[in-house]
Design a protein around this ligand. Structure first.
Ligand code: ZN
Ligand code: MN
Length: 261
């Protein structure tokens, strides 16, 4: 059984939408250094959503492939070529419209899996606006940033007590390991630089942006040490955590509805 909503026909989607949780990935088209593709922030949450959906019989809608403006502190900023972003108002409206529309077709339980840090609060705002839609009075939504899910214990174990922290994690060891696990053929592993960025991650926001605020590679630290094995374990951890959240927070978990039809 497919979990990918676009594969379904209308009668199929009608049968499934009113009893299954729908996942909406939130991504970005953003530079990820010389070694990762621009859609890294879309691929990771989409694959996470598909993996959880497979376990609980959920549906995954196509994600929003553009994100809120990349920030130097978290994604390198807007000056890198290829980074293509939405304004906050546009992203908020996109989230509101897609969530409302999914919810209107009987499915009132939606889990948004975010892959791009800058999206977070605009997604919250979009959901809040959707909650005001009179056509979907009983909408319930969960938003998860996948990187918030591994606990300190998990990270200690995964990194043998040497987790370098999230502060400069952009196209670094975490995202690169996840991509080596999920889509190794798209990772330019030979272009991973050993050199650690010599430019400290900025501690303030300067507008308009000027060049030189972040390392010219677009990688905020280094992806050295990345591996598919680490990616597989991180991925499994995130999938387990989201499954637990869906099961505890959303009423239409398969445990509640499998006997209804
Ligand atoms: Zn990323
Ligand atoms: Mn990003």
């Amino acid at each position: 059984m497919t979990q990918w909503m676009p594969d379904l026909t209308e009668p199929e989607v009608a049968r499934r939408l009113d009893r299954e949780v729908v996942f909406l990935p939130l991504g970005a088209l953003e530079q990820h250094g010389p070694h990762l593709p621009l859609d890294t922030d879309t691929v990771v949450p989409t694959r996470v959503a598909l993996a959880v959906a497979e376990r609980i019989d959920g549906l995954v809608a196509p994600g929003i492939p553009y994100g809120y403006r990349s920030q130097p502190t978290s994604g390198g900023g807007e000056l890198f070529r290829g980074t293509t972003s939405l304004s906050g108002a546009t992203l908020t409206a996109c989230v509101r419209d897609v969530v409302s529309s999914l919810a209107r077709h009987a499915q009132r339980e939606i889990i948004l899996v975010n892959g791009h840090m800058e999206n977070s609060y605009f997604a919250v705002e979009g959901i809040n606006l959707a909650l005001g839609d009179p056509l979907v009075p009983d909408l319930r939504a969960v938003l998860v940033n996948w990187w918030d899910l591994p606990g300190d214990d998990d990270l200690d174990e995964l990194f043998d007590g040497a987790f370098p922290g999230w502060a400069a994690e952009h196209a670094g060891i975490i995202e690169t390991s996840l991509m080596l696990h999920l889509q190794p053929e798209r990772v330019r592993a030979d272009l991973i630089e050993d050199r650690i960025s010599t430019t400290p991650v900025p501690r303030y926001t300067l507008l308009p942006e000027r060049p030189g605020l972040v390392d010219p590679s677009g990688v905020l630290r280094t992806a050295r040490g990345s591996s598919a094995a680490l990616g597989r374990r991180l991925f499994a951890c995130v999938v387990d955590e989201i499954e637990a959240i869906v099961t505890s927070e959303l009423r239409k978990s398969p445990h509640n509805t499998s006997d209804e039809r």
